[in-house]
Design a binder for this molecule. Structure first.
Ligand code: NAP
Length: 257
């Protein structure tokens, strides 16, 4: 079997009803995995599932509910068996000035972006430890790596994910479990639809990106497949930027001079 094959593996992807999560589910399926698709929207999940070949399992769930992660893991275990790969992709994004911040919004961001991934990991780890293997991948953001405007609360949730990734890599590495995150830059999904409509934004993002284009969801998905596979067998504790070079460069003049 090729080292990048996921044949025989089961992967759970949160936020698989659209955008990056749907692309990740498709790419994992193409690599041979059986994929469990999780999100709130049944219609979106069904649309993703219709593209997959390896008998996907669709589970409608609201990850803002703290009881959901353990319930999901137990349901998958009963219906399909153990989960080999967890992809924490679902998240809420908000552009908020400090004046707009309030407890409810901060709690909403943390519930989905931080608490749910940690509780999913906590529910999954015992069986991964027992089997001596497992892969955990979380989708972080350029906002965790460099400062981005009006995103203090969102960026804090993504920074938390990267910090947890490094801590978990130490705790779980001795058990054969790898833990990494992937930090996209600006990806052409619903998350950016509103901002994209602002005149000049498309060109501004291109100018800030050394590779001079917006990222597409499959740019992120291909790196997730790599991390999920044995091709990445000695990679753990990493945050991999998949952003066309945006976070690691200081393109202060937008490429104009
Ligand atoms: N797009 C970007 O430019 C960008 C950049 C950096 C990082 N990211 C990160 O990449 C990931 C995916 O982003 P995206 O652009 O694909 O976002 P998106 O198009 O807004 O999709 C978000 C996904 O998360 C799910 N979700 C949200 N709240 C949920 C909840 N309470 N329970 C269950 N599922 C929930 C949504 O499904 P339902 O609505 O059906 O529940 C949807 O499938 C996120 O972690 C995001 O922070 C995106």
């Amino acid at each position: 079997m090729k080292s990048d094959s996921l044949e025989g593996r089961t992967a759970l992807v949160t936020g698989a009803s659209r955008g990056i999560g749907a692309a990740i589910a498709l790419a994992l399926d193409r690599a041979g995995a059986r994929v469990v698709l999780v999100a709130r929207s049944r219609a979106g999940l069904d649309a993703t599932a219709a593209e997959l070949r390896n008998s996907p399992l669709v589970l409608e769930a609201d990850l803002a509910d703290p009881d959901v992660p353990a319930r999901l893991v137990s349901e998958v275990r009963q219906r399909l068996g153990e989960i080999d790969v967890l992809v924490n992709n679902a998240a809420v994004a908000m552009r908020l000035s400090t004046a707009e911040l309030n407890a409810a919004l901060v709690d909403e961001l943390y519930a989905v972006n931080v608490r749910a991934p940690l509780l999913l990991i906590s529910a999954l780890v015992p069986s991964m430890v027992e089997r001596g293997r497992g892969v955990i991948i979380s989708i972080s953001s350029v906002s965790a790596v460099v400062g981005t405007p009006q995103r203090s609360a969102y960026a804090a949730t993504k920074g938390a994910i990267d910090a947890a990734t490094r801590s978990l890599a130490i705790e779980l590495g001795p058990h054969g479990i790898r833990v990494n995150s992937v930090a996209p830059g600006v990806v052409d999904t619903d998350m950016w639809a509103r901002n994209k409509a602002i005149p000049g934004v498309i060109e501004e993002i291109e100018a800030l990106t050394p590779l001079r284009r917006w990222s597409q969801p499959d740019d992120i998905a291909d790196v997730v497949v790599f991390l999920a596979s044995d091709a990445a067998r000695f990679v753990t504790g990493e945050t991999i930027c998949v952003d066309g070079g945006m976070a690691r460069t200081a393109n202060l003049y937008g490429g104009a001079v």
